[in-house]
Design a protein around this ligand. Sequence first.
Ligand code: ATP
Length: 298
Amino acid sequence: MTENILEIKHLAVSVNKKNKDAIRIIKGIDLTIPKGEIVGIVGESGSGKSMTMKSLMKILPENGHTTYDSFYFDGVNQEGKKERIPAAMIFQDPMTSLNPLRTIGYHLIEVVQRKQKVNKKEAEKLALKELEKVGINLPEKRMNQYPHELSGGMRQRVMIAMALLAKPKLLIADEPTTALDVTIQAQILELIRNLQKEEDLSVILVTHDFGIVAGMCQSIRVMYDGKIVEEGQIDEVFYEPAHPYTKELLKAIPTGDKGQTLYSLSSYKETTEEREQAEMYVLSNTHRVLGNGGESHE
Ligand SMILES: Nc1ncnc2c1ncn2[C@@H]1O[C@H](COP(=O)(O)OP(=O)(O)OP(=O)(O)O)[C@@H](O)[C@H]1O
């Protein structure tokens, strides 16, 4: 049996707005992440991918509220715990996480010293080693540079180095390559893939791009409107998608064919009634779908 790094049952997130009823954003999802896997979470913009990740990391905005029935990380019950799980998160835009007035070295050394009792010289050595590991050339020079002096791809490598220096067991990459051009995108994904193996990490890769998931992940969770509507091994979901929304997402993958009509996902809508009554149905040991008892499993 596979061990899981993360097991959370019935996770719900709501947001309070002034003088208004709380809005339910995440509507009771079960999320299991097997150890040592790269798991893809896909869904269109606004489906709740980032909110789910931020609630796991306890970095929700102040008006956000998380509940769950149970939450285990690496076998440890998180109920009532104030501290964060040993996970690190990288975002689409590294500039939002880097202080433009501080050097790259400052950022890295700060993470090392927060984690380990070492002096500045030793912290610097560890930071340099990490920069080399993530494929930054001329690491000594980079230590003294400011974020704006680096390319987008290099900044994302720095973010990955910072994440790894925090010694996480789980790396959450939230749209890490969306802002990068295609060749750089491929390099960053390759880096994440290699680091996962070398560092024995578990990885959650959040993306709206099914193509990226196909190349990177062992399994996939499809989110729609605050719920997981389908999950399974990559082949199961790709070749036998069972939920209508997954089918629409798959149709939306650009094939590169001239004249291909790009699908607009906004045309897919479930009625509230359907959604409220929906439950997860088991299609195989690993493949589950929300809603229709698996009857649409053609
Ligand atoms: N601070 C907030 N206050 C209120 N609502 C919010 C807040 N942040 C996000 N939301 C809402 O929560 C829903 C889910 O947002 P989330 O950012 O998780 O989506 P996402 O799937 O990650 O999309 P994207 O790919 O665009 O990041 C959206 O409807 C969004 O408008």
